[in-house]
Design a binder for this molecule. Structure first.
Ligand SMILES: Nc1ncnc2c1ncn2[C@@H]1O[C@H](COP(=O)(O)OP(=O)(O)OP(=O)(O)O)[C@@H](O)[C@H]1O
Ligand SMILES: [Mg+2]
Length: 587
């Protein structure tokens, strides 16, 4: 196999392009060969062996439905699974290791979920062909490797599998009734009550599954997965919807309750993955077209390899430039002037009270905001914007705030282009360069807003907020649903905008790596969610991380090679040393 052709059948409209334009313009077809044919579903099929990769059909297709990508020359293996002709194809598999947590990292659409589904027996791999294959054929492919051992046991049903699916928001479609009903069914190890306490689920046990929040669903799903008695536990994106405290608590719990068992986990939060995993497989390729799984690395090398973007064993660059973490930008060195100042502020809203220590916001600064959900972060921003009046305390001026809510929803009827046009001049070159390109929105412009995926809608919502003229941009969890590369590209983009526009940004986020890359200073929210919030003065990012990590009992240090913050494994020598010294974050 030299190249992969993928046709997006949802996008392809043969009747609207003048009747199979791709077929009519294909040079091979014009020379009498059958490169492009029409399948039983009346959609085109492209023969990868005949196709010469000229790309004419790709350029001419107005619906952007065709992708043709050359495979790396070094790739010798046959595919493991293909979803059909001209569909996504996966090469190689990661493999579980007893007693270890194996992490999978890579951009969206590279086959991480597909790999987990294969290893857990939910997808029967077809080795790239459409014929049904015998499981033993697959096992032969992996003869002499670790995968063989695992697949044999899976075939003989000697392995019990427990699986936490990626889309927890879909759980209410499958299960109804009370949370306790779902959880009680899973209690095979006698650890359920412990899990309920750790994940703070007591108060929702009597609630109906379809009434609880995304973060609650996620914790219920993780608890249900862990409570089952299995040899291997699969967690497909356990951190989405969770705040930063919950991410680390969940990670600690998984490690603790899965000692001597196998765990495989995929996530886009690298700081969490780093803390959770012992080993890492990097997924690379072209999203939606093909994915290749790297050999396993130690967790440190795996994440550094992914950030560096060069897979040595395959001699492949997965992105043009490495992702670097300079030590955090220090606001004072950029000499920004004060945008606004506030004295100690108090505000009570119903049962919730918020106490804010005095502080200031500088122009051209990004303030990273850390803390659990429901501690009053939005209330704080609305007070600064003058939308709600504080009970006591002063703010020296009113600023305009553009706001992106935590999980954007929309009932906008129309395309992305129409939505953006309603807030900004989409056509100007600077808008394209500053907003459209970094968020990769070009291809979404003609799509209907209502039909966007979570990650796509997130990017559009960020663009809408950043398109408004404002003094402060407050983005509540912009990293949610985005893959690592997009998170890091977003960080650079926001920094550039803030500097150019001489405004400031407040970024609430639960991804520590993302925050460390974007923030000049940090602010930490403490308290009891929904009851009281307490905010300290803005401080350096290092100090903010230190304060926050002390609360969760996890230590971090800076990685010498990549400059990124790295989690220490609980109980490791560094972890103990740092805790003895009271330094939870060391730069
Ligand atoms: N049943 C299916 N039929 C056809 N294509 C599919 C099917 N399931 C998944 N795909 C495609 O396979 C590719 C890989 O999907 P997968 O969900 O495994 O990616 P992923 O790495 O888990 O991505 P993410 O980080 O977004 O979760 C995607 O392009 C997806 O659209
Ligand atoms: Mg996935």
């Amino acid at each position: 196999m030299k190249r992969v052709v993928v046709i997006d059948k949802d996008k392809c409209r043969p009747s609207k392009c003048g009747n199979y334009l791709c077929q009519r313009i294909c040079p091979k077809n014009r020379a009498g060969e059958k490169c492009v044919t029409v399948g039983e579903d009346d959609k085109p099929l492209i023969d990868e062996d005949i196709c010469i990769g000229c790309g004419i059909c790709v350029k001419k297709c107005q619906f952007d439905a065709i992708k043709i990508v050359n495979l790396p020359e070094q790739l010798r293996e046959k595919p493991i699974h293909r979803f059909g002709r001209n569909q996504f194809v996966l090469f190689r598999l990661p493999y579980p290791i007893p007693g270890q947590v194996v992490g999978l990292v890579g951009s969206n659409g590279l086959g991480k979920t597909t790999a987990l589904m294969i290893l857990s027996g939910q997808i029967k791999p077809n080795l790239g062909g459409s014929r049904k294959i015998d499981f033993s054929e697959l096992i032969t492919l992996f003869r002499g490797t670790e995968v063989q051992n695992y697949l044999e046991k899976l075939k003989d049903k000697e392995i019990r599998v427990s699986f936490k699916p990626q889309r927890v928001d879909k759980i209410p479609e499958k299960y109804s009734g009370k949370v306790s009903k779902l959880l009680n069914k899973t209690d095979e190890r006698g650890i359920l009550s412990g899990l309920i306490a750790r994940f703070a689920l007591e108060e929702i046990l009597d609630d109906d599954i379809d009434r609880i929040s995304g973060g609650e669903l996620q914790r219920v799903a993780i608890a249900a997965c862990l409570a089952k008695d299995a040899d291997i536990y699969y967690f497909d994106e356990p951190t989405s919807f969770l705040d930063v405290f919950q991410r680390l608590e969940v990670s600690k719990t998984i490690r603790e309750f899965c000692q001597n068992r196998s765990v495989m986990v995929t996530d886009h939060d690298l700081a969490t993955l780093d803390f959770l995993a012992d080993r890492i497989h990097v997924f690379y390729g072209t999203p939606g077209v093909y994915g290749i799984v790297s050999s396993p690395y130690s967790v440190r090398n795996g994440i550094n390899t992914f950030l560096d973007g060069y897979i040595r064993e395959d001699n492949v660059r997965i992105r043009p430039t490495p992702i670097k973490f300079e030590s955090s930008y220090v606001q004072s060195t950029r000499g920004g002037s004060v945008l606004l100042e506030f004295s100690d502020i108090k505000k009570t809203l119903g049962d919730f009270s918020l106490t804010i220590k005095k502080g200031e916001l500088y122009k051209q600064e990004v303030l990273g905001i850390l803390g659990a959900n429901a501690l009053g972060k939005t209330t704080f921003a609305r007070i600064l914007a003058g939308e709600i009046k504080q009970d006591s305390g002063d703010i020296n001026r009113k600023v305009k705030i553009a706001y992106k809510s935590q999980y954007p929803r929309t009932d906008f009827d129309g395309t992305v282009r129409e939505l953006l046009k309603s807030v900004s001049d989409v056509k100007t070159e600077s808008y394209k360069a500053e907003v459209i390109r970094p968020l990769e929105l070009e291809k979404l412009l003609e799509r209907e807003v209502k039909k966007l995926s979570g990650g796509e809608l997130q990017r559009v919502a960020i663009a809408v907020a950043l398109s408004q003229e404002s003094d402060v941009y407050l983005l509540d969890e912009p990293s949610a649903f985005l893959d690592v590369e997009m998170r890091l590209s977003l960080a650079s983009m926001i920094r550039r905008l803030v500097e150019k526009r001489e405004c400031s940004a407040m970024i609430v986020d639960h991804d520590l790596l993302f925050l460390s890359r974007i923030a000049d200073r940090g602010m930490v929210f403490f308290g009891k969610p929904g009851k009281e919030g307490y905010v300290e003065e803005p401080m350096s990012v290092e100090e903010a991380f230190d304060r926050f990590l002390k609360e969760v009992g996890v230590t971090f240090r800076t990685d010498k090679t990549s400059g990124r913050p790295r989690a220490n494994k609980l109980g490791s020598k560094l972890d103990r040393e740092q805790k003895d010294r009271g330094k939870y974050y060391m730069s």
